[in-house]
Design a protein around this ligand. Structure first.
Ligand code: MN
Length: 445
């Protein structure tokens, strides 16, 4: 079976990680509210949507457990898995058929149950749309995730930040031409993870997805645009981006869970919509755990790699949920000399320019348990010695407390590793011996 949303859902069903909703709920707020309720646990399938002959899935890959199922790798090796794929992109297999060719129609976005998520959002937004584009001069492709506001039945507004797609748009603008784009919706999480990563310009994220999927990804060349896209997408939208034709985009809740500002952004005019039989429309809750996990994961991997170069051993790196999966890191290291904690802080800031606060802990502290991280701060940290504050650094555009125009922020690193010049026993957690009898009792035997 080829990896796609359907094969991934079978795997999740097997492990009882899916909740089915058979009652009808509205794509306007109601489905978002249910996704939010199950944010940190269930994948949810909505079976019944009015005037729609398909299903909606949300929270598809909202936990690390699901990410490890998606990548078929153990939880502790997930970062290494992505780092390997980033260094070894491999071309997917070209097919002359695609699953989304089941049905095609002139563009009418009102036939897709696109969700409106938050109260003050500008309208319905496609949030799991993977945008595939091509360098107008050099011909290589790029794949990236963008939020897309429904403007009209065949028009979307696209939010573009100055990265690779933006670079292509500038080139198209110079030529006074629209930029051909495809938008794939309903994809295996490995493809979303690859699209969210940021390899150097010229590396096609589809090739990274193929490596992540152990060469099982197949692709198809679209007729209208000549773009190469995942053959098993649930939906494929084809069209052209007009660089100078701009409309108001926003407000919209982003990864921080706060409303992003209204800006003038370019539009995409669709020329065709293709979909599979009984399509599964993928919703992705903005500011939810899936959003934060997919967005931040490649940065965690980058931090792990960078810190590994300056300290002997990095155990784990987490961009925490409360830190929006983007602004806060917790790093556990095996410290061998005083100063390792500080060097880890410096390396982390260098690896992830948007990082704002970082806490470094020893390897006996569980980075997934923020109570333990706080305990390390309470028992191993002295502000005078262990706090680094950096003023007027370049920061993230999504932090409302920063100077969002100039992108200037303050950063803070906290070294909560135990000092090596004091006796170890003062810092170790007390242990209670557990007899076999107690063990059996606790296991309910
Ligand atoms: Mn790219």
């Amino acid at each position: 079976m080829e990896p796609d949303v359907r094969s991934f859902l079978y795997e999740l069903e097997d492990k009882n990680l899916v909740k089915h909703v058979s009652r009808e709920f509205s794509p306007r707020y109601e489905i978002a509210a249910i996704l939010k309720h199950y944010d940190l646990e269930f994948t949810v399938i909505f079976e019944k949507i009015s005037n729609f002959n398909g299903k909606i899935v949300g929270n598809l890959c909202n936990t690390r457990e699901k990410l490890s199922i998606a990548l078929n790798a153990s939880k502790s090796r997930l970062h290494e898995h992505l780092l390997y794929a980033l260094k070894n992109p491999r071309k997917p297999t070209m097919k002359d058929d695609a699953a989304f060719l089941d049905f095609s129609s002139p563009p009418n976005l009102s036939q897709i149950p696109i969700l409106t998520y938050y109260e003050k959002d500008a309208g319905p937004y496609i949030t799991s749309g993977v945008v595939i584009s091509r360098d107008p001069d050099l011909g290589f492709q790029n794949m990236s995730i963008h939020r897309l506001l429904v403007v009209d039945k065949d028009t979307l507004a696209i939010r573009v930040v100055p990265r690779h797609l933006h670079h292509f748009i500038k080139k198209a603008e110079k030529r006074n031409q629209p930029l051909p784009v495809c938008i794939a919706i309903g994809l295996h999480p490995a493809i979303l993870l690859a699209a969210a990563s940021s390899p150097p310009l010229g590396v096609d994220e589809l090739h990274i997805a193929n490596t992540l999927l152990k060469d099982k990804l197949s692709v198809f060349k679209c007729e209208g645009t000549g773009l190469i896209v995942p053959a098993n997408a649930e939906y494929l939208l084809e069209g052209f981006l007009y660089p100078t034709c701009k409309v108001d985009e926003g407000p919209f809740v982003d990864a921080t869970g706060t409303y992003d500002a209204v800006r003038k952004q370019p539009i995409i005019k669709l020329t065709g919509i293709f979909h599979r039989e009984r399509p599964i429309y993928q919703a992705l809750l903005p500011g939810g755990s899936e959003h934060r996990l997919l967005m931040g994961f490649h940065r965690e991997a980058a931090i792990k790699e960078a810190v590994s170069r300056v300290v002997p051993e990095v155990k784990s790196v987490r961009l925490t949920f409360g830190g929006c999966g983007w602004l806060h890191a917790v790093i556990s290291i095996r410290k061998v000399s005083d100063g390792d904690g500080k060097n880890a802080i410096l390396a982390a800031f260098a690896a992830h320019p948007s990082l704002k606060h970082v806490v470094v802990v020893d390897e006996d502290v569980n980075v997934d348990d923020l109570n333990e991280v706080e305990w390390a701060l309470a028992t191993r940290f002295q502000a005078e010695e262990d706090l680094i504050v950096i003023r007027n650094a370049r920061g993230s555009s999504i932090d409302p407390s920063a100077d969002q125009e100039a992108l200037i922020t303050s950063k803070m690193g906290l070294d909560a590793t135990r000092p090596l010049n004091k006796p170890t026993q003062h810092f170790m957690k007390g242990k209670i011996p557990i007899s076999d009898k107690v063990k059996k009792f606790l296991l309910g035997e």
